[in-house]
Design a protein around this ligand. Structure first.
Ligand code: NBG
Length: 836
């Protein structure tokens, strides 16, 4: 691009103003001028040389200006009132794209669209060029993003703290049906939303030794002398709440070496060695979830966790001292939420700061820590509840290991006085798991260091009390509470499905996004044929859009009048994508056997990433692709069934798929999905759920009513009972001929003719060792699918159910969830939007 070939200045002059512009026109004019100004003076391009990406940056920077105005006032206001702040510590923030989000929340979508149109630029095109900030894995990270938005919406003074990964979660490509992982490069062209804060840098130590010294008060003090120091540098992104009244900060840390280069080494000719320290330091913020199957990988993971926990606590304690001058009032001014177990080391770090740096007596420090922290658990899967080998912590964080030992000693001393304190019970209560080498139980540390601990759905919170936290709950009864997850309706309704939002607003009035409970009013029109027709037409249009995306990305033509049956989420055995694929195979066999039956056309849509080291999950991706390849090209099927796997699932793709879905697959083994939040997004947009009684499905059933959801399968209790009798699938397979046939065709290579035994191992596992009870639930799932088809044939009944799903989803707004956290855990006030 040649910057010299500028157009004549007149090309950029605003068109002649009308005699007296309306307020709308004036706003459009102002935005247009601002965008042009950003384009010229910040991006350094003219309208004739600007690329789409340049326009995106110029537009983002213009809306950012508006956001910043409000942001600075929010910060000022919080400071002036001295109110309590909430700090949300999370290794993941899956924020996705921010342009439409910021414009929506600043209520600038329409004027900006118009301003761009005057410049010959299409807002939708700009939307698509923004990279997805994929700083998260799945539900947990997306929840953190929804929570950030809701906290701002409710005018809670909150900070998100996390890591600014150079490369977030990997980019997935599918080659010959197989997943390939590539680094995500969201920062290649810079991030227009963030502010680098060169002055905000904290030193984070690793390794070294501890020296005992005599303190001024005659007490022995432990002084940690780290061997290595890494700097944490802050980047701030403003997060606007709905209607822009309050704006919070997402502060992400980047790792930097103290010395960029060992000059002596460099000059002596060791050019690469001279950079080693830097590479080692910077590797901390390179990628989300580095492979942790190796010792080096595990160490890096712990370094990441400590790095961000330490920087965040130093930052917030410094703020406390600056504003209030007193560390003892910390719990009155600060609430820290640990998002899952990853930041649990923060409990030990807080003790280190309070005792070693602020010279507080141990008991006082512990009381302050507990009053300040709270912890959310997001999974009961044992492999996800982190434990770290004692020798690793000892080497990397010697002072913290000492602190953990002392916390544990005092805790065990207390509980050992109880009558039921058997050796076995103390072993279960201990912070140290001794069953398999000595390891620190980070979940236990988070539990003990918090005043409240919560699960993310009613069922999950109940199960926490009877499984992983049973013993701890019994020594601190009442500590575990439930906070069922939620989703922000600004993104998952308004931005993802603007036409549906407009239709709903006709019924609810325009406070729909301020108070999601007004959605209940929509129930009154669920039977209204005219409303049904408009609702259905919107779905049809969304399906056309998705059909186009499918055609573009995987070259499969799908029929927009087919049932769009969707399962999009991380690939995991407990989520049972295999159950869904088996049903597709069973139907495929039936269509071939009875081609002239009255089949309802259906498209099965899958998307999701498998952890790079999770072999079975990767094989499941391959199976979905292999099955799709055979079914989609079989002439007998005549398009009645299609199976599609869309690569590189992320937030933006979800925004396209969810509004186009007819059926939402939430089919995890009961008791294993902590909550699910995709389930809520689908139901809100009117997809009917086919699901087990797991996670938040249970509460969705309660709200939408039994006739409007397809529930099947074993309950969590039945799963327990069944597993205790053995997990062979043989009996279930013998009882279900369709399942037997589907398994047989997969095992014999019908879908993998180039390697017939590719899926033999998978099928053997289901047959002899079916831990996730796919075979046990198959029949019931199959029948639920048939019930779904029956409903589909009765279009009035279908749309009634869909509309009722939408109508009853108000409770799942993350504004409700956050208001509960604020009231019952953080003890901070909320101000609903529009009343700030
Ligand atoms: C996930 C659960 C989901 C839940 C989200 C958000 C982890 C560790 N857990 O069921 O699997 O919806 O957290 O709470 O990612």
């Amino acid at each position: 691009m040649d910057l010299e070939t500028e157009s004549s200045p007149s090309a950029e002059a605003p068109p002649p103003a009308a005699a007296s512009p309306s307020p709308h026109d004036a706003k459009v004019g102002e935005i247009r001028d601002l965008i042009l100004d950003k384009l010229r003076h910040t991006v350094g391009k003219s309208v004739t040389t600007a690329t789409t990406h340049d326009w995106f940056i110029a537009t983002a920077l213009s809306v950012r200006d508006k956001v910043v105005e409000s942001w600075l006032s929010s910060i000022e206001e919080t400071k002036r009132t001295g109110r309590k702040r909430v700090y949300y510590l999370s290794l993941e923030f899956l924020i996705g794209r921010l342009l439409i989000d910021s414009l929506t929340n600043m209520e600038l979508i329409e004027p900006t669209r118009a301003a761009l149109a005057e410049l010959g630029v299409d807002l939708e095109t700009l939307r698509e060029v923004e990279p997805d900030a994929a700083l998260g894995n799945g539900g947990l990270g997306r929840l953190a993003a929804c929570f950030m938005e809701s906290m701002a919406t409710l005018s809670i003074a909150a900070y998100g703290y996390g890591i600014r990964y150079d490369h977030g979660l990997f980019r997935q490509r599918i080659k010959d049906g197989r997943q390939l992982e590539y680094p995500e490069d969201w920062l290649t062209f810079g991030d227009p939303w963030e502010f680098q804060r060169l002055e905000i840098v904290w030193s984070v130590g690793f390794g070294g030794r501890i020296e005992a010294e005599l303190g001024p008060d005659g007490e022995i003090k432990q002084v940690w002398l780290p061997a290595e120091t890494v700097e944490a540098l802050a980047y701030d992104t403003p997060i606007p709440g709905w209607r822009g009244a309050h704006i919070n900060t997402l502060r992400l840390w980047t790792a930097r070496a103290l010395d960029p280069l060992r000059l002596d080494q460099f000059n002596s000719g060791d050019h690469i060695g001279a950079l080693m320290d830097r590479v080692r330091a910077e590797s901390i913020s390179k990628v989300l979830y580095p492979g942790d199957t190796t010792a080096a990988g595990q160490e890096l993971r712990l370094r990441q966790e400590y790095f961000f926990a330490s920087a965040s606590l130093q930052d917030l304690v410094a703020r406390q001292m600056r504003l209030h001058g007193d560390i003892r009032t910390l719990a009155d001014k600060v609430a820290i939420q640990l998002n899952d177990t990853h930041p649990a080391i923060a409990v030990a770090e807080m003790m280190h700061i309070l005792v070693d740096r602020h010279d507080l007596p141990w008991d006082d420090a512990w009381a302050i820590t507990k009053a300040t922290f709270s912890y959310t658990n997001h999974t009961l899967l044992p492999e996800a509840l982190e434990t770290w080998p004692v020798p690793l912590i000892e080497r990397l964080l010697p002072r913290h290991m000492q602190i953990i030992y002392l916390i544990n000693a005092l805790h065990l001393e207390r509980v050992s006085k109880a009558a039921d304190a058997t050796g076995e019970r103390l072993a279960a209560l201990s912070l140290i798991d001794e069953s398999n080498g000595r390891r620190v139980r980070m979940g236990h540390l988070a539990f003990l260091g918090s005043h409240k601990v919560n699960g993310v759905s009613k069922l999950h919170s109940d199960l926490m009390k009877t499984t992983v936290f049973r013993d701890l709950e019994s020594v601190e009864p009442g500590k575990i509470t439930n906070k069922t997850n939620g989703i922000t309706f600004r993104r998952w309704l308004k931005e993802a499905n603007p036409s549906l939002t407009a239709l709903l607003t006709e019924v609810t009035g325009d406070r729909l996004l301020d108070d999601a409970m007004v959605l209940e009013r929509v129930a009154a029109v669920a039977d209204d044929p005219a409303f049904q027709e408009r609702y259905a037409a919107i779905r049809r249009a969304n399906k056309m859009t998705l059909a186009r995306i499918i055609q573009e990305r995987v070259g499969v033509k799908v029929n927009p009048d087919a049932v769009f049956d969707v399962q999009i989420k991380r690939i995991h055995e407990y989520k049972r994508q295999v159950l869904n694929i088996l049903e597709a195979v069973a139907i495929y066999e039936e269509i071939r056997a009875q081609p002239f039956r009255d089949w309802i056309p259906r498209v099965k849509i899958f998307a999701g990433k498998a952890a790079a080291s999770y072999t079975t999950a990767k094989l499941i991706i391959q199976l979905a692709n292999d099955v799709g390849k055979v079914i989609n090209s079989d002439p007998t099927v005549r398009g009645l069934l299609k199976v599609v796997f869309l690569p590189n699932y992320n937030v933006s793709l979800a925004e396209r798929i969810i509004p186009a879905a007819d059926l939402s697959e939430q089919i995890s083994t009961a008791g294993m999905e902590a909550s699910g939040t995709g389930n809520m997004k689908f139901a809100l947009n009117g997809a009917l759920t086919i699901g087990t009684l797991d996670g938040a499905n249970v509460e969705i059933l309660e709200k939408v009513g039994e006739p409007n959801i397809f529930i099947f399968g074993l309950t969590a209790e039945e799963v327990e009972a069944k597993r205790s009798q053995g997990i062979s699938g043989q009996d279930a397979i013998a009882r279900a001929p369709k399942l037997a046939e589907a398994l047989e065709s997969i095992a014999s290579g019908v879908f993998s003719s180039e390697q017939p035994d590719r899926y033999r191992g998978l099928v053997d596992a289901l047959t002899y060792h079916d831990f996730f009870l796919v075979t046990a639930d198959f029949d019931s799932y199959y029948h639920a699918q048939r019930a779904m088809f029956k409903r589909w044939r009765d279009k009035r009944a279908w749309w009634r159910s869909a509309i009722l799903n939408t109508a009853h989803m108000g409770w799942f707004s993350s504004d409700r969830t956050i208001a509960e956290y604020a009231d019952e855990i953080w003890n901070v006030a909320v101000t609903p939007p529009g009343r700030a």
